[in-house]
Design a protein around this ligand. Sequence first.
Ligand SMILES: Nc1ncnc2c1ncn2[C@@H]1O[C@H](COP(=O)(O)OP(=O)(O)OP(=O)(O)O)[C@@H](O)[C@H]1O
Ligand SMILES: [Mg+2]
Length: 415
Amino acid sequence: MSRDTSVRFLVVSPDETLEDEFESAFGSIKDYRCVATYARDERSGVESARLQLPDVVVIELRGEFAGVRAFAEEIAHVAPDAAVVAVYRRQMFNDADAETSAIIDVLRVRVQDFLRRPISIGELQQTVDRLFNMPVRSTGPMGKVISFISNKGGVGKSTVSTNVACELARRHPGRVLLVDASLQLGICASMLDIEPTQSITDAAQQMDRLDSKLLEQLALPHEPSGLRVLAAPPTVLAATEVDDRVLSRVITLARRSFDYVIVDTFPVLDGVVLSILDLSNIVCLVTQVMVPVLNGTASLLETLGQLGLDERRVWILLNRGQPAFPAQLNPADIEEHLGVHLRHDVPYDKRVPQAVNIGQPLILSSSRLSRFRRAIRGIVDDIEEHAPTTQASADSPATEQERDVRTAQEEAAVG
Ligand SMILES: Nc1ncnc2c1ncn2[C@@H]1O[C@H](COP(=O)(O)OP(=O)(O)OP(=O)(O)O)[C@@H](O)[C@H]1O
Ligand SMILES: [Mg+2]
């Protein structure tokens, strides 16, 4: 089971204190990284669900349940893969029988699970486990999102991400999407000798109808590797149409259609990059053997920590963009300087710039003996091994609450 899988909640309730309850419970949830947005009423809840495609929509039951069915149906329409969970206060019911029969009624109207207030870590954990360990879930396993970031430009994010994406695609043809989120200066298409006829700006312009199918249509094929590419906007002006909402939606959809989603970024920690980090299983922080770059990397690492990014999700990739020079720092010096382990070390290869110019990533033409090839393949092996897809099988024995819910679900199904 992956500890780095993000689960996106949308919580719909007029009560602001519910937000605090969820936020304080999320930090203690094991195996999943929970992030949430909040809507105060059902109308804005449906609108947010349509734009954000959350994994779980939580609706608070207050008084009467008539509206719950209509709400759950609307959610099924705008975000068909989202699970709907009802939350309520026990005091709403006169006795346990009234509570049980209300739960059964709610489970009949497309609500998959329930939580009691105040939210307890244990119940929330069981609910998340139940929803994401279910043997049959319409979403199927979610793809892995691997993003490439840096604090400084020109360190080799596009080079490494494109080569990694090509190698992954060779191993999983048609199952890998490269998203060029280097919005103002994306070069991935050109590095792959693809003439972009459409780009992420088309996704932004069609947000209202953007679904997995449209995303797949917008992804350009790279025939030599089997990779699909969502190109960067064609102009700086077109880039202004793409914001964090677009990136969130694109990645959320992409991880449902592809096994691997590789995201190349621009060296700015803005809303767009933050939304990418939120959804990344692995964040590859690319750095170089230059003291100023390493200082910047140390500072970016600190910022990522302050943002609450789990350090196990951050891999430091050293990319040697220049030939070796005298008195160069060695990997041990760099690890000491940064205080972290270097996950991979990509060597300088003078054929890289030439490969960029002819639009043929070096990984596709390099010989078995090439050190560059070995390094890229090493990163890909690591991704395959250490970023397992979600959805382990639910073999563990059911807890009492799980049994309650399953019984109620069965009763709802037959009733
Ligand atoms: N391992 C390498 N060996 C040789 N040259 C390299 C290597 N990695 C990158 N380069 C060269 O370094 C330059 C910068 O690389 P690249 O464009 O991938 O950086 P970037 O981090 O994506 O830059 P930006 O922040 O501007 O998007 C390119 O000319 C590329 O060919
Ligand atoms: Mg780049």
